[in-house]
Design a protein around this ligand. Structure first.
Ligand SMILES: Cc1ncc(COP(=O)(O)O)c(C=O)c1O
Length: 457
């Protein structure tokens, strides 16, 4: 069914901005050539339509560093990049690793291992604290979440999970069962049994009415659920939601302790925000806890190959008699060569530390630039995961946020709007300071333009 009403659009605006809005239509009418429109029409003709992707916004012909280039030669700073470009697009080390691996061994038939996969897994483990020392690879984040769920069931002998409303763990049926967004769950039919949900640590929409600061009532509620059920296999959650929603300092300690008390595993999904984006290699390192399973993906394949990983604690290496993943491209040598090059670049160029220091500086800079603007409710961030929440006037915040997004796009900055009202920025961790300055100058100008718009007053 194609959504028609504002209410329909609202429900799919949670994960990203929508592809059916009048603002998109008028941006396309004003900016795209007949040739681009022809390609978009052909795309819409042959691909299945779905919210947030097809029909598409525009067509690309290039991607390099922090930049993408459309088929008409316009360049945009890409602060969305689907969170795959921690080291920028087309990093020379990644390209070189891919090319030479293609020449050497393009695929690894099951039952054989290969050098790049082993080196990649070893390198990944070297970043992980504690006894997070067992890896399983998958060609996508949702598939890796599926592995984590199966492992939790097998290791605990239980099947129930507690996860968070508003969360996203991928688009497959198992992932949407633990996910909490109606854009993915609505009308999907029966989902996995035993998937219970709790409110996320988001004071702006808290059913426990914690007002401006999370008072951890939501963490207490998860402990209550664990105790009441008594047989939960795992709590599954994004450590920090990409929007961003940043839990308070004690949140994960509380959940970790509750999981330990009730013999449930803690599975953390860091698919879009791992690999240093938050200023720690793993976001859970901000919270001084270690999960039982952490899931990475997105940029793990260097922004070029689909690659995700489940990293589990040593004591979970207990299901040698069953298949957890068994994906055809499990130990793809080319993807792993790209992944190894990515991890080496992150390490050698100190990109985790850079994300921490540059991120703190940029949030300060953005606050200085935007805080006095009536349309801006809040600027927040953790490392280079940055959000600007739009306030709007008379309940039109979602509309205003979308207008700002298209005004910024016209000026050369690409990003997405999350949860209807949050301008969400994920620049590469090696973005230059000049590029950041350029992006924030665009944002300032776009907000000013929309503030001056007659419709907003
Ligand atoms: C938090 C989170 N988990 C899981 C996924 C699913 O990853 P994939 O699209 O590779 O299946 C995503 C993708 O956006 C994500 O943001």
């Amino acid at each position: 069914m194609i959504p028609k009403t504002d209410l329909d659009l609202q429900s799919i605006r949670t994960e990203g901005d929508v592809n059916l809005s009048p603002h998109r239509e008028s941006w396309q009418a004003g900016h795209l050539s007949a040739e681009t429109k022809r390609l978009l029409a052909e795309d819409a003709e042959c691909f299945l339509h779905q919210a947030m992707s097809t029909p598409c916004l525009n067509a690309l012909r290039g991607a390099n560093g922090a930049w993408i280039e459309d088929v008409e030669g316009r360049r945009y700073l890409d602060f969305h990049g689907n969170n795959v470009h921690q080291i920028g697009f087309g990093h020379p080390r990644v390209i070189e690793a891919i090319k030479s691996q293609f020449d050497q061994l393009p695929f690894s038939t099951r039952r054989y291992t290969n050098e790049p996969s082993v080196r990649f897994a070893q390198k990944l483990i070297s970043f992980a604290p504690g006894d997070l020392s067992r890896v399983l690879l998958a060609p996508g984040g949702a598939l890796a979440i599926g592995i984590a769920l199966k492992l939790a069931r097998a290791a605990t002998g239980r099947f129930k999970t507690i996860s968070l409303w508003d969360s996203f763990h991928g688009a497959s049926l198992d992932a949407i069962s633990v996910g909490g967004e109606s854009a993915f769950r609505k009308n999907a039919g029966p989902l996995l049994p035993g998937c219970e949900h709790a409110p996320p640590p988001d004071p702006s929409h808290c059913p426990f009415r914690c007002t401006t600061t999370c008072n951890l009532a939501c963490a207490d509620y998860i402990e209550y659920m664990l105790e009441r059920e008594g047989d939960v296999a795992a709590v599954v959650a994004e450590t920090v939601r990409n929007v961003p929603v940043i839990p308070p300092p004690d949140y994960w300690k509380r959940i970790r302790a509750a999981c330990d008390k009730h013999n449930a595993l803690l599975i953390l999904d860091e698919i879009p925000i791992g690999l240093g984006r938050t200023g720690q290699f793993f976001a859970f390192q901000h919270y001084d806890i270690i999960p039982d399973i952490v899931v990475l993906g997105k940029g793990l394949g260097g922004g070029a190959f689909p690659l995700a990983a489940v990293i589990a604690r040593e004591h979970l290496n207990v299901v040698g008699d069953r298949s957890l993943g068994h994906f055809t491209h499990e130990k793809n040598p080319v993807a792993c060569a790209a992944g190894l090059a990515t991890l080496e670049v992150i390490e050698e160029q100190n990109l985790v530390e850079r994300a921490a220091t540059l991120g703190a500086k940029t949030v300060e800079d953005l606050r200085r630039r935007l805080s006095s603007m009536p349309l801006v409710r809040e600027v927040r961030g953790l490392g280079l995961l940055i959000g600007v929440e739009i306030a709007g006037v008379n309940g039109n915040a979602a509309d205003v946020a979308e207008r700002i997004m298209y005004a910024a796009l016209t000026r050369g900055l690409n990003f997405k709007v999350s949860k209807s009202t949050v301008l969400t920025f994920a620049p590469p961790l090696n973005v230059t300071e000049a590029e950041l300055d350029q992006a924030w100058t665009i944002i300032e100008a776009a907000i000013r333009e929309i503030s001056g718009d007659q419709h907003i007053k």
